[in-house]
Design a binder for this molecule. Structure first.
Ligand SMILES: Nc1ncnc2c1ncn2[C@@H]1O[C@H](COP(=O)(O)OP(=O)(O)OP(=O)(O)O)[C@@H](O)[C@H]1O
Length: 503
């Protein structure tokens, strides 16, 4: 039995430990947990804190050392001696502690495996994780499953931060949504029931061209479940083999079926050798990314619908059905609602694809929320182009873009356009935007009303900011405080204070 103080503390730990690390809720929970730790720590707690995490986050370190101290108090700990909520709470605390002890090993494996490619590397520390959990009363099977989940969590965390730069609220929400698509919003339920059922939850990514749908898909692809083989002391396969992308718009209709499902030798004129399609190449728990799905023909949609429903496919010219045990992520930058209304995109296919619809925000909307995101993206692009970061050069590129790109520019090509702009500036030519000013997109998002609309869409305005932005919008149009006051039905002084920010 836990004391009531220990139970209250472990409840806080459980709430924080299992929350989405990119969510507002997690930040709130961490703050609460830190607040419960305001009591001075013993030298022993101080000593264990740096040992526990390898993390520079002082709040997390404080929480970890307190959890370790509470667990030590329960030593020798046998989960089976506890029941009900107490057992659950102590188990979560034990997992929280164990996870953080091994974070450096998991991170090192992620980095090395990325370099090594397809060959799964040894991960003997996984056996130590299992031993540690089994020693405290967990079954070996569950312990091995947690090794798999810990690895998955570190990959998801690492990839979401590395491949999707940007600190705007929209980008934070995107990372939180991706995490949720991997682990659901309840890690305990995920571990208990869903970890090997996620294949059935297709994801539909929508967003304008170049905004990062492919990057988001690759985060999901690198983060899916891989079983830990505790006989061999390694994971069953390399995460670099999990992601199988296919851009559907790159192939003529006659070749699409073969790219998707493969073909047998001699299946059609020109089929000199057998070919394996993406469905055949995708391993169990892998992810197929079907880009530009909005452009697939109706017959292809029907074939894809069948694989999604029945989980089997037949290569062109073959007879035997093959099983597909991966997950499908589809993306489009087209107006899919319109395609459905016009009968170009089947409703049944749409519904089968959209267990989860995730919207990737436009660059313009992100820059309105957080202008400094430009600096971050430019620094990332420069580092990619040069093979290493260069702060001074990045600063020059940002200065040039700020000087030449018109205020409120729509960035119709989004991050892809920005990457080209960076290259252009590095070559010595200023970039003033893609001046297809007849493009409705550019004209549209450059308008103050559309910018305000984007912020309302993002849902991050306070009432005061909303009123202020609206008054400024009216002022830009009319040019007089009187007119703003008349239209907004407020007095002239209030209108002026909103516009001049004197509130
Ligand atoms: N948030 C981001 N941080 C860093 N790089 C990004 C981000 N978003 C996109 N990129 C980069 O921008 C480029 C374009 O992104 P991506 O190909 O994922 O766009 P997309 O939305 O799939 O485009 P399309 O609809 O045209 O297929 C890629 O090089 C990608 O790595």
């Amino acid at each position: 039995m836990l004391s009531s103080d220990a139970r209250a503390f472990f409840r806080e730990v459980a709430a924080a430990a299992f929350a989405n690390p990119f969510s507002e809720e997690r930040a709130r929970r961490d703050r609460r947990l830190a607040a419960t730790l305001q009591t001075p720590r013993t030298p022993a707690q101080e000593a264990t804190s740096s040992l526990a995490s390898g993390s520079p986050n002082p709040e997390l370190n404080a929480a970890l050392s307190a959890v370790r101290a509470e667990l030590d108090r329960l030593w020798p700990l046998d989960l089976n001696a506890l029941q009900g909520e107490d057992r659950h709470l102590v188990e979560v605390a034990l997992l929280f502690d164990t996870f953080h002890v091994f974070v450096p090993e998991f991170d090192d494996l992620v980095a090395r495996q990325r370099e090594a490619g397809s060959r799964p590397l040894k991960a003997n520390f996984g056996l130590e994780v299992v031993r540690r959990l089994v020693e405290r009363g967990m079954s070996a099977e569950r312990a091995a499953r947690f090794v798999g989940i810990f690895y998955q969590m570190r990959r998801a965390f690492f990839m979401a931060r590395e491949r999707l730069k940007g600190g705007s609220p929209s980008m934070q929400r995107l990372r939180a949504r991706l995490w949720q698509a991997i682990f659901t919003d309840d890690l305990a339920r995920y571990e208990a029931r869903l970890w090997d059922r996620m294949e059935d939850f297709s994801i539909f990514l929508i967003g304008p061209t170049g905004s990062g749908k492919g990057a988001a898909a690759s985060v999901l692809g690198a983060s899916s479940w891989i079983p830990f083989d505790d006989q061999a002391g390694r994971f069953a396969l390399s995460f670099t083999d999990l992601f199988v992308p296919l851009n559907l718009s790159q192939f003529p209709e006659t070749l699409i079926e073969s790219e998707l499902f493969g073909h047998k030798k001699g299946a059609f004129t020109g089929a000199i050798d057998a070919h394996e399609g993406v469905f055949g190449r995708c391993p169990r728990h892998g992810v197929i990314f079907l880009d530009e799905i909005g452009e697939t023909s109706l017959p292809t949609q029907i074939k894809l619908l069948r694989v999604l429903q029945e989980r089997v496919f037949v290569p062109v010219g073959g007879h035997e059905e093959q099983r597909f045990e991966g997950r499908v992520i589809a993306a489009t930058n087209r107006d899919i609602g319109r395609a459905r209304r016009e009968g170009r995109f089947r409703d049944d296919f749409f519904y089968r694809l959209c267990s989860d619809v995730i919207e990737v925000p436009s660059l313009a909307a992100r820059l309105i929320e957080e202008p400094a995101e430009l600096d971050m993206l430019v620094a990332h692009s420069v580092a990619r182009i040069l093979g290493q970061p260069d702060e001074a050069l990045s600063g020059e590129v940002v200065a040039s873009l700020r000087a030449h790109v018109p205020e409120g520019y729509a960035w119709p090509g989004n991050v892809r356009e920005l990457e080209q702009a960076v290259r252009r500036v590095l070559l010595g030519a200023p970039y003033g935007g893609d001046l297809r000013l007849d493009s409705p997109d550019v004209a549209e998002l450059s308008r103050p009303a559309a910018r305000l609309g984007a912020r309302i869409d993002a849902g991050d305005l306070t009432m005061r900011e909303l009123q202020q932005a609206y008054c400024r919008l009216l002022y830009e149009r009319s040019g007089t405080y009187e007119e703003v006051a008349r239209q907004a039905e407020i007095d002239r002084r209030t209108a002026r204070r909103y516009i001049e920010d004197e509130l």
